[in-house]
Ligand binder design. Structure first.
Ligand SMILES: [Zn+2]
Length: 483
């Protein structure tokens, strides 16, 4: 029998480091069963909190969310970290402009960022380190690099010397001449010996926020933040590092250089990069008038659920062209799902269960897994979903489903939605977690079926205390908020 928790692992994801679609092997040692693997350690480059994130950023954050949700759905345990860059040129300039402290300034945009994540139904990850809280770990790396003679000081700033370390450029596969020519290098305004070198520690300018360290008063370079936070949280080689393709060079290349040079071990097994978002076929820019934050789109009346669906629905390695028409198509797709659920809730038959249904549901899950296991091919996964809804609609048309069948189908959809997060989407004005309520209702139905009326009553009371009223109708249980 095929049960998805026991299927031999076949999850393959494109790895920027090898240029191949590699099997995901958490911990680096292949196991027979998913449950034998250690937790998957994941690090995602997070936002620089100097302004509102734009929808291109959210495509990447939604991809991270999809990845972690899918891994959990497949039976992996995840330990996922995403950093908050709360010190850099832009945040310092922003705070200065407004005449407030850096902390006040970055906390405002950090809060806004988390509100936006919640609006898009993005899960909160296990670790959310702040750059400003990881200074000691950054100094540790610089010390290690210092001992190995890989750094130099210039005008009070500390640089990593790329020419003294073999192995630079493995991730981006940039021709060293291309890097050297200055076509591609780490742009910042600081003087350095070699155009390719990058700042580990930047000397403090007059009046700027700074930290006093053995390497002088200053603040961290951007790249070292991520290396330090990864070391701090995970201690050793991690399984997955994600980010947008624009971060491959120089940011991720530099992360590899400083971490591997400092600790002499592999930094990351699997590098996964999400492609760009285009808007109306071109790069988003303020001057073109096609630059949107999430809030811009909500103000235009688009629902966060449609935006989530649209940004999620394209394969992560393909450029996605964002258009208002595309949101309209997302709405249509969601309406098909919603219509199906309404029909399902209206199934009233008390007759025998549909004999074919368990096999069809099992096949649906297996096909979904087969599609998505192939380099996280969400398009195939969604194709499988809509094909399944079509099939199930036919069964409803033929009056072949009973109420119990409908309940089982809702449970199956909830399983798939643990990956998609769009089917049972929390209402925008609803502070309570609709998903949790639905699952409590499902538990109550199961308890009643098992004649565990005590638990059933308990659940009703729990929800009542949160002002959620349950109504048992002949078509099933509905819930509403007490006015
Ligand atoms: Zn990073």
């Amino acid at each position: 029998m095929r049960c998805h928790q026991e299927v031999v692992v076949a999850l393959r994801i494109h790895n920027t480091l090898t240029g191949m679609t590699d099997e995901l092997v958490p911990g680096g040692v292949k196991k027979e069963r998913i449950e034998d693997y250690p937790h998957v350690t994941i690090y995602s480059c997070g936002p620089t909190v100097y302004s509102y994130a734009h929808i291109g950023n959210f495509r990447t954050f939604l991809f991270n969310d999809f990845l972690r949700r899918y891994l959990k759905f497949r039976g992996f345990m995840v330990d996922h970290a995403m950093n908050i860059t709360d010190v850099d040129d832009k945040t310092i300039a922003g705070a200065e402009n407004e005449g407030i402290s850096l902390k006040e300034y970055t906390e405002r945009y950090t809060d806004i960022f988390f509100e936006d994540l919640k609006t898009l139904n993005i899960e909160i990850v296990e670790f959310i380190p702040r750059a400003t809280e990881s200074i000691d770990a950054m100094v540790d790396i610089i010390k290690k690099l210092d001992e190995k003679g890989l750094i130099y000081e210039k005008d009070g700033s500390i640089y990593f010397s790329i020419s003294r370390w073999d192995g630079y450029g493995r991730l981006s596969r940039l021709d060293s001449r291309e890097i050297k020519s200055g076509l591609r290098y780490d742009t910042d305004e600081y003087e350095k010996d070699d155009v390719r070198d990058f700042a580990l520690w930047k000397s403090a300018k007059e009046g700027e926020v700074c930290w006093d360290t053995p390497y002088g008063k200053g603040r961290p370079g951007w790249h070292i933040e991520c290396s330090a936070m990864i070391r701090n949280i995970f201690g050793t080689t991690i399984d997955i590092h994600t980010g947008g393709v624009d971060l491959i060079f120089p940011h991720h290349e530099n992360e590899i250089a400083q971490s591997e040079a400092a600790y002499g071990e592999l930094f990351v097994r699997h590098w996964i990069h999400a492609e760009h978002l285009l808007v109306d076929g071109t790069k988003m820019s303020k001057s073109k008038g096609n630059f949107y934050t999430l809030r811009d789109l909500l103000a235009k009346g688009f629902s966060p659920r449609s935006i989530r669906y649209l940004l999620l629905s394209a394969h992560y390695r393909k450029q996605l062209n964002f258009t208002f028409e595309g949101i309209g198509q997302a709405d249509q797709a969601l309406a098909r799902i919603d219509n199906f659920i309404v029909r399902l809730k209206d199934v009233k038959g008390d007759g025998p269960r549909c004999a074919e249904l368990p096999g069809l549901m099992e096949k649906f899950i297996a096909d979904f897994i087969e599609g998505v296991d192939d380099d996280l091919n969400i398009s195939r996964g969604l194709g499988v979903l809509f094909e399944f809804l079509h099939e199930m609609n036919s069964l409803i048309n033929e009056d072949r489903l009973s109420r119990d069948d409908a309940g089982a189908l809702l449970e199956t959809l909830a399983k798939i939605d643990s990956v998609l997060g769009v089917i049972f989407f929390p209402a925008a004005d609803d502070a309570v977690d609709a998903e949790r309520i639905e699952s409590l209702i499902a538990e109550r139905i199961a308890a009643k079926k098992a004649k565990n009326f005590q638990r059933a009553d308990e659940i009703r009371t729990i929800l009542l205390e949160e002002d959620i009223i349950l109504e048992d109708t002949k078509d099933g249980t509905r819930w509403k908020r007490k006015n």
